[in-house]
Write a protein that binds this ligand. Structure first.
Ligand code: RTP
Ligand code: MG
Length: 141
């Protein structure tokens, strides 16, 4: 299994709930290492660019509004099979459908305020990591 990197964002709702440490602990327990991290208030343009793939979707404006409603915590996670491993920890997009014990089941309130973002494939991870971190700020171990 290849060593992979993925981009994680703890969204404004989860930052406001003060569960950054609880979520980091879940990453560490499955062997995902934090290779880069920063807290950031996204501008509208940054949020729109990050989610550009969803630009034509009906939920795009609500998604952008939510993502700029407060600071987010952004990190690069590194480990074996990191993309899928992280998606498994997150749970389904809609917290009502998220499996028990997943981050979204435990901390998300709605499909809009759903606590976390995770890259959905290795190619999107490469784009998303570069979107927020210059390669010199990512510390692989
Ligand atoms: P994310 O990108 O944030 O990790 O979430 P995801 O892959 O599980 O879901 P995605 O399809 O990429 O959608 C991005 C975000 O848009 C919101 N959404 N709302 N109302 C809706 O039908 C709907 N569908 C998606 C969610 O907040 C989702 O996280
Ligand atoms: Mg997605």
């Amino acid at each position: 299994m290849a060593l992979e990197r993925t981009l994680s964002i703890i969204k404004p709702d989860a930052v406001a709930k003060n569960v950054i440490g609880e979520i980091y602990s879940r990453f560490e327990k499955v062997g995902l290492k934090i290779a880069a991290a920063k807290m950031k208030q996204l501008s509208r343009a940054e949020a729109e660019g990050f989610y550009a793939v969803h630009r034509e979707r009906p939920f795009f404006n609500a998604l952008v509004e939510f993502m700029i409603s407060g600071p987010v915590m952004i990190q690069v996670l590194e480990g074996e099979n990191a993309v899928l491993k992280h998606r498994d920890l997150m749970g389904a997009t809609n917290p009502k459908e998220a499996a028990a014990g997943t981050i979204r089941a435990d901390f998300a309130d709605s499909i809009d305020a759903n606590a976390v973002h995770g890259s959905d494939a290795a190619e999107t991870a490469a784009f998303e990591i570069a979107y927020f971190f210059p390669s010199t700020d990512v510390y692989g171990r």
